[in-house]
Design a protein around this ligand. Sequence first.
Ligand SMILES: NC(=O)c1ccc[n+]([C@@H]2O[C@H](COP(=O)([O-])OP(=O)(O)OC[C@H]3O[C@@H](n4cnc5c(N)ncnc54)[C@H](OP(=O)(O)O)[C@@H]3O)[C@@H](O)[C@H]2O)c1
Length: 261
Amino acid sequence: MGSQQIFPRFSGKSVLVTGAGTGFGAEIAFRAAQEGARVGVHYNRSKDGAEQTAARIREIGGAAFVVQADISSWDSIRQLADETFAHFGGLDVLVNNVGDVATEQMSWQELTRESLDRVIDVDVKGTLLMCHEFGRRMVEAGHGNIVNIGSTVVVRGSARAPQYAAAKYGLLGITKSYAAAFAPAVRVNTFAPGFMETGATLERSDWQGGRREKLLAATPLGRIPAPEVVAGTALFLATDDASHMTGAYLLADGGFNMVGA
Ligand SMILES: NC(=O)c1ccc[n+]([C@@H]2O[C@H](COP(=O)([O-])OP(=O)(O)OC[C@H]3O[C@@H](n4cnc5c(N)ncnc54)[C@H](OP(=O)(O)O)[C@@H]3O)[C@@H](O)[C@H]2O)c1
């Protein structure tokens, strides 16, 4: 990937990335800045991580705005939307990357009420309300783009954490509903990455117990990428080259989930 070319697809645009203090969100935020965007770096608990993402952006001459919000709270989401729109004088792109993956759970048998509630509150209710509040403001402004970060669990489900698969399937309904509601001013799509080597993945105990090797063997492109490899693919959905895409989902998984026609 050393020779990858980066084009200024977001020159002059404002982009808010949620969960940008860690993993995939941090790389999407950095990539948006590399492509010319002014970037909102949202976090909930990872303040240091968010400051680090902002510092990386400023080091390359970009503009970063760090903002905190708990996405399981509607009030907190309203405040995040107000602060972001006030800061940038509007907003061109929202990337809803926040997602609780239930990383501590290794089997469906370990399901707890607490994890079920948290995953649904954050991934389903939180993402729905983010689309609702930000989309409403984008429609009023007459333009905007929303990218929801899904997962390839929408292809196969998850024997490990059914609540996570349920939440990501829920995201498809949220995406389609708001895509219909906000058309034609605002597009809404889902980006569904396969496994990536983010900190959250690397820390999982099954990852250290042979799962990585199994997945690699079943992936035609023969790698489990670092998140920066697919960050630009996620952002593609918010570019003009995707101007006829809305309510859709885009997979990027190295061919892992290829199915017959
Ligand atoms: N890694 C993979 O292999 C993979 C594969 C497919 C899809 N994905 C998706 O990619 C996204 C990022 O995953 P990741 O691997 O980077 O995992 P991660 O580091 O655990 O990221 C999760 C993010 O969600 C935020 N978050 C959790 N609860 C929140 C809440 N109540 N309010 C606000 N923010 C909250 C966290 O923010 P704080 O840390 O600031 O609290 C964190 O930045 C997720 O949507 C995940 O489903 C990942």
